[in-house]
Design a protein around this ligand. Structure first.
Ligand SMILES: NC(=O)c1ccc[n+]([C@@H]2O[C@H](COP(=O)([O-])OP(=O)(O)OC[C@H]3O[C@@H](n4cnc5c(N)ncnc54)[C@H](OP(=O)(O)O)[C@@H]3O)[C@@H](O)[C@H]2O)c1
Length: 285
């Protein structure tokens, strides 16, 4: 892993599981890490855990409810008031919910957190990512946690699982494919700017909070056969820091190997369509 001293990273989902392990790894390499938590208290708790593993870690809390676009804008604004450069953005926050919930923005919660938050935050921070690349010797990196076990296609008429009976098996897998498609689109739009974007399939990650709401056999399988978060953090950290991943972009990775993109991942029209749908829901360009 390359030294990250003098760099700034921002990690969502840094209060639990995989995100916290990635934040810990970045702090260990010397990056200043903005630890995003749904509240300042959650972020401070995670910072204490990280400091117990990495004494002297450079950390700052960033309170943000990622299901709420006004909260994302406020958090991004607060971050940008302190930093004009961002070297690494890791989007790791996510939910897996049994029941359908509607957010303050009127969006279905799983779609809002798992897809829209990636879209909105990455857009709001893209200039800071470009600044870091322009000012320094390294490319800036966006690393999006996703999964290869998502759907192979999206239902563009029902991105928010509004039709039919809601279930986590209907709402969540499409969001994993959506993360891959958004990663590809960011990679293309940021091409030549010094910012690369890649997605990671972490495999099953055991003993995280993700499946607390659903329980049952799915949780048992994950906790029995999954990898610890520290191990699953290896590929995201490699993509975020290694010299050999400085210029790869728009790919899906697992265990430091490139994976074929699932289904619609080979259809540029699909990612353009998803981008437009997200942009419409945020009124962003
Ligand atoms: N575990 C797996 O087997 C697996 C497999 C494939 C992909 N993934 C993906 O890996 C990522 C990390 O999952 P994990 O297993 O480490 O789960 P986790 O421990 O539940 O971590 C999810 C993180 O997201 C945060 N989060 C959720 N909603 C948020 C919101 N509205 N605002 C701010 N933060 C929010 C959680 O904070 P709180 O604790 O405050 O809720 C938590 O820190 C997720 O994106 C997931 O989709 C996981």
């Amino acid at each position: 892993m390359a030294s990250m001293e003098g760099t700034v990273a921002l990690v969502t989902g840094a209060t639990g599981g995989l995100g916290k392990a990635v934040a810990t790894g970045l702090a260990r390499e010397g990056a200043l890490v903005a630890v995003v938590g749904r509240s300042a208290a959650r972020a401070e708790e995670a910072m204490a855990d990280i400091r117990s593993l990495v004494p002297g870690a450079l950390l700052e809390p960033l309170a943000c409810d990622l299901s709420d676009q006004s909260s994302i804008r406020a958090a991004a604004g607060g971050f940008l008031a302190r930093h004009d450069s961002l070297h690494v953005l890791v989007n790791a926050a996510g939910v897996f919910r049994k029941e359908r919930h509607i957010t303050a923005d009127g969006l279905e919660l799983t779609f809002a957190t798992n897809v829209m938050a990636y879209f909105v935050l990455s857009n709001l921070l893209q200039d800071a990512l470009k600044n870091a690349a322009t000012a320094g010797p390294r490319t800036s990196r966006i690393v999006n946690i996703a999964s290869r076990y998502g759907n192979t296609k999206l239902d563009f008429d029902d991105l928010q699982t509004a039709h039919g009976t809601y279930s986590y098996l209907r709402s969540t897998p499409p969001t994993m494919l959506a993360r891959v498609l958004l990663t590809q689109e960011f990679a293309e739009r940021l091409s030549g700017s010094g910012v690369v974007a890649n997605a990671v399939h972490p495999g099953l990650v055991k003993n995280t909070s993700l499946l607390q709401d659903v329980g049952g056999p799915f949780r048992w399988v994950t906790n029995t056969f999954g990898a610890p978060a520290e191990k699953a953090a290896d590929t995201p950290l490699w993509l975020a820091t290694a010299p050999e991943t400085a210029s790869v972009s728009g790919k899906l990775w697992a265990k430091r190997k490139e994976l074929p993109t699932p289904g619609m991942g080979s259809d540029p029209e699909a990612r353009h369509r998803l981008w437009d749908a997200c942009a419409q829901l945020t009124r962003m360009p």
